[in-house]
Design a protein around this ligand. Structure first.
Ligand SMILES: Cc1cc2nc3c(=O)[nH]c(=O)nc-3n(C[C@H](O)[C@H](O)[C@H](O)COP(=O)(O)OP(=O)(O)OC[C@H]3O[C@@H](n4cnc5c(N)ncnc54)[C@H](O)[C@@H]3O)c2cc1C
Length: 301
């Protein structure tokens, strides 16, 4: 055997086959670089990109969901109504991966106490403003006086209804006092205190910013938890705005989400038995009974 036959084979050049679309495409964000919704005094949520960004004219990004779901059968030609039926079937049966084929990227500014709740959603890709690297901007969340809520008696995690004006004013003055540390923060960083330490004096009402990219399946999970009345109102405001941003881009998936998740109800085995037998819920747990009573009202029972 000669030396030449032992040497490594020369790799074949890699060729990329480029296909042109069969029909004209349209941009799901209509050529915009950003769809922005201001939230409260200093916050915002902006949609900055979507995948798919380009879809065949006359279609929505829902097409990426049906395209991936039909991979096993081949693309074929389908009526829009069949696509809608498929999306709704997938949602009803929790066949979730086709919804992961759609992604959205947002730029968001929110107070740190909201970011703390938001970051618990682990399936997104996040890149946040660095308060080690940069000075925090002078922006703080302060509710309007009528939005200073009372501690809820029924929900230890929630607030309900406005508190009387005197107490609300006192609370707002306290917030203002906490914000007053900002000048000291600036001064001490100018005198050389490291930003990573100096930030410790800032209250959790200070605003942070991040880019947040997530697929539609996990966005729906986020929205079902954070648009829910049990979530804190401030994060509900962001979640509702996020929903408004994605709805025109994936209207069919959003319709299915509303019908089968957002406005749907989960019944426990005990609850089904109570309906079937007409007897009270077979539990002595007060919270579970209260939850059942609330569901009965919703069901008109
Ligand atoms: C009203 C409300 C009150 C809350 N109160 C509290 C509280 O008092 N204290 C507190 O700490 N948190 C609290 N949370 C946060 C909550 O417990 C969840 O952490 C948060 O809602 C994110 O949910 P998730 O884990 O399902 O979402 P994601 O992190 O987005 O995950 C989506 C899904 O992916 C899967 N997944 C993701 N990561 C993992 C993993 N590492 N291992 C296994 N499965 C994974 C799970 O199926 C999960 O449901 C509260 C949330 C809400 C909405």
């Amino acid at each position: 055997m000669s030396d030449a036959t032992l040497s490594a084979p020369v790799a074949a050049p890699i060729r990329v086959q480029v296909s042109q679309p069969e029909t004209p495409l349209r941009d799901v964000m209509a050529g915009a670089s950003r769809w922005n919704i201001p939230i409260h005094e200093h916050g915002f949520i902006a949609l900055v990109d979507a995948m798919p960004r380009l879809v065949p004219e006359g279609q929505t990004a829902d097409s990426a969901i049906v395209q991936s779901a039909r991979v096993s059968y081949g693309q074929g030609t389908r009526m829009v109504s069949e696509d809608r039926g498929l999306v709704r079937y997938l949602m009803r049966h929790r066949h979730s991966t086709p919804f992961e084929m759609v992604e959205f990227k947002f730029h968001i500014a929110m107070p740190i106490f909201i970011a703390r709740q938001w970051i618990r959603h682990r399936t997104a890709n996040v890149n946040e403003y660095s308060a080690r690297y940069s000075i925090m901007p002078d922006r703080f969340y302060r509710p309007d006086i009528e939005n200073v809520r009372k501690q809820s008696k029924s929900n230890r995690q929630g607030g309900e209804g406005p508190i009387e004006a005197g107490t609300a004013e006192e609370f707002l003055r306290l917030l203002e006092g906490a914000e007053a540390n900002y000048q000291k923060y600036l001064e001490l960083t100018e005198r050389g205190v490291a930003r990573e330490l100096a930030r410790a004096v800032l209250p959790v009402s200070v605003y942070t910013e991040w880019y947040w990219k997530c697929d539609l399946h996990n966005i729906f999970h986020f929205l079902s938890l954070r648009m829910d009345p049990h979530a804190q109102i401030e994060i509900q405001d962001y979640a509702k705005a996020m929903y408004e941003l994605i709805k025109p881009i994936v209207p069919t998936a959003c319709e299915a989400f509303e019908d089968y998740r957002l406005n749907a109800m989960h019944l426990t085995g005990l609850e089904i038995e109570a309906i079937r037998s007409g007897k009270p819920l077979a539990t002595e747990n007060k919270r579970e009974t209260a939850e059942w009573e609330a569901k009965k009202v919703q069901l008109g029972l």
